[in-house]
Design a protein around this ligand. Sequence first.
Ligand code: FMN
Length: 325
Amino acid sequence: MYQPINLTDKIFYVGVNDRRTHLFENLWPLERGVAYNSYVINDHKVALIDTVEIGHVDQFLKKVRAVIGDKPIDYLVINHMEPDHAGSVQILTELYPDMQLVGNKKTIPMVEGFFGINDKDKFIEVGEADVLMLGENTLQFHMIPMVHWPETMVSYVQEQKLLFSGDAFGSFGTLDGGVFDDEVEFDYFKDEMRRYYSNIVGKYGNPVQKALDKLSGLEIEMIAATHGPIIRTHIAEMLEMYDAWSKYEAGNGVVIAYASMYGHTEEMAEVVARELAVQGVKAIRMYDVSKTHASYIISDIFKYKGVIFGSPTYSNELHPSLEAS
Ligand SMILES: Cc1cc2nc3c(=O)[nH]c(=O)nc-3n(C[C@H](O)[C@H](O)[C@H](O)COP(=O)(O)O)c2cc1C
């Protein structure tokens, strides 16, 4: 039985946990799963903010109905078209035929491409700073292209100072009871947020800087992303972390990532590490790339200023496991 989880009196968490998938995007290891977050605003008008991965749609619908009962959904806001969030759009349009899809000019052709939905009356196209009134809550939309897809946008509830941020500020890890940042072991999620950011969004530092600039004009008291805990007590810290990562600023420390078949390159890496320690470097992270998944190494490379790679020659190239990392 789902106990509705309130963000505010009319806004609810209706996300689901995925503890079965081994690799996110068939690429990134999920040691402690991942949550697909979605939210319902049960106001005079009912709006759903994003959906969940299609494999979890039954549980998702139960949660949505536990909040809205038999009321229809008026709007489905699509902040991001990636299938772990937009995966249930089609089935929802069938279940709620009068529901309108809210997206920007880049979202709409994607919806048509993904789902073959092309009825113009189904869409409400929104642009920068447009608003959608729901009753006591007003949604305002801000475009954040390439964080991390072209159509990405965020939705801001003006009255609540609440930002539905899409994948921005998201992290791996299921929400095992605790849903808000003050209800969980937040340090774990901070690390997983950096692994998520560095591997999935990290290339787009400039678009993230532009997005942060735009969001700096908003007063934000809660960030509700599509993965990971809802942030309400660590807002400033999160914004600072995103600012530093997107400027590629890092703290003191060195990552040493090596490949070694017979141990000689590893021995060299040990010597280098010892010398770094003698020189006063305390944070030294050594990884054998054949053992540790690249996503953890990349995450640490975003955390520390220094990085050293070591590889034996292998058929005149780098060792394949380092090359692959
Ligand atoms: C399959 C294979 C391919 C190799 N190719 C080269 C090569 O192209 N050029 C070279 O100088 N050494 C080559 N080597 C030798 C290794 O680079 C050398 O033994 C190195 O010291 C191994 O380092 P490690 O002990 O860290 O694995 C090759 C070794 C193996 C097993």
